[in-house]
Design a protein around this ligand. Structure first.
Ligand SMILES: Nc1ncnc2c1ncn2[C@@H]1O[C@H](COP(=O)(O)OP(=O)(O)OP(=O)(O)O)[C@@H](O)[C@H]1O
Ligand SMILES: [Mg+2]
Length: 359
């Protein structure tokens, strides 16, 4: 996978910039608040996923503009492709000039991984972030998964809405039956996809984490389901009474979690800041390996402002590991990547490319 050219118009503070990235390393540097992360975020948009910063569509549009247009020309499996996204209060995506039903339909065209300091949340926050990591990764690889997730979430919402009324209107029981069947049907599929994904991740995690920790530590990852016995449908029925009081569905993949153990000990509960950061980094680099294995192509690697947070060994590990992947790396101080053999550096100033240096 390789991006040939990019153009961003009115995307946040990027008024109108165009550039042709290097096939391997692209360093985006500059002072704070100049637009470096905005560039990374714009490139990530071409995957079809929502902003990795959790931004709403309208926040991506420049304050003074009515429409943003971002464009990417790239090569995948030897074929040149074009993606264009128009952003107003929502996003509209075009693939090779043809309008798509929704931006999520872009999934599987331009594959990328993104790693930013916020990914530490994978270890510090609640299970929602970890489920999102899994789901976003799976959506890129298996675009059908998006619809399964959507159907599932819709059915859970519907069940939550009516379950509290069951006591007053017993006839609702029949409708609940049909929602629970829908939840179970899609929920079992989601769990299968996630377990399969984790099995593939596991092929890469020991080696990558070993490399990050200079072979001192061993990382294990485990899927924690919200139920252990019986089928999802049976569990939903058993919990119906209880769920009536909370008006929430207490079982299913929207309640599942991931656990990480370093040398047998929970990284979430006992890991140091550095260890947590290493786990997050390991997950992202493993995600790239899974994409490579499944698609036969290296994904685009987006590294937002992470070098200053890592010690020199980890910095070198990443730089070695990402060789062969087209990378966009943002940083304030380009010194952290001064040993690069080849690539381009772009100095960003007030949303513009002030300087482009070829190495
Ligand atoms: N919708 C928008 N319209 C115009 N400007 C925006 C919009 N959204 C964000 N900005 C501005 O974009 C600027 C650059 O943001 P960005 O996060 O890319 O900075 P950065 O170069 O990554 O800085 P840092 O080194 O601090 O991470 C910020 O000053 C922000 O106010
Ligand atoms: Mg930034």
């Amino acid at each position: 996978m390789r991006i040939n050219s990019l153009n961003f118009k009115n995307f946040r503070n990027l008024k109108n910039i165009s550039f042709e990235p290097h096939s391997e390393m692209n360093v985006i540097f500059g002072e704070n608040a100049q637009g470096k992360t905005n560039i990374i975020e714009a490139i990530w948009s071409f995957t079809g996923a929502k902003s990795f910063r959790g931004a709403k569509d309208e926040e991506l549009l420049n304050f003074d503009a009515e429409k943003s247009e971002i464009y990417c020309n790239f090569i995948s499996e030897g074929i040149e492709k074009e993606i264009e996204i128009e952003i107003t209060d929502k996003r509209k995506a075009f693939l090779n000039g043809k309008a798509l039903k929704s931006p999520s339909k872009l999934a599987g065209n331009l594959n990328a991984i993104v790693f930013s300091p916020q990914d530490l949340r994978l270890l510090t926050d609640g299970p929602k972030v970890r489920r999102k990591f899994l789901d976003t990764a799976i959506c890129q690889l298996y675009p059908n998964y998006i619809e399964i997730l959507r159907e599932y979430n819709r059915a859970v919402m519907q069940r939550n809405k009516i379950i509290k009324d069951v006591r007053n209107y017993p006839e609702i029981n029949d409708i609940l039956d049909s929602f629970e069947e829908k939840i179970a049907e899609n929920g079992e599929k989601i769990i299968k996809y996630r377990l399969r994904y984790i099995e593939i991740l596991k092929e890469f995690i020991p080696k990558i984490y070993g490399g990050i920790s200079s072979e001192k530590e061993f990382l294990e990852i485990e899927y924690i389901p919200s139920f252990k016995n019986l089928s999802l449908l049976e569990n939903l029925k058993i919990r119906r009474q209880e769920d009536m009081y909370s008006a929430k569905t207490s079982v299913g993949p929207h309640r599942d979690d991931l656990d990480f153990k370093i040398n047998g000990i929970s990284a979430k509960n006992y890991g140091s800041q550095g260890q947590k950061r290493s786990v997050a980094l390991c997950l992202k680099l493993s995600e790239a390996e899974v994409i490579k294995k499944n698609t036969g192509e290296t994904p685009i690697c987006l590294l937002d402002d992470i070098m200053s947070e890592l010690d020199i060994n980890r910095q070198n590990f990443i730089l070695n590991h990402i060789k062969g992947m087209q990378t966009f790396l943002s940083c304030c101080d380009p010194k952290s990547v001064e040993n690069l053999k080849a690539g381009k550096s772009f100095r960003i100033d007030k949303g513009e490319i002030a300087e482009c240096i070829s190495i």
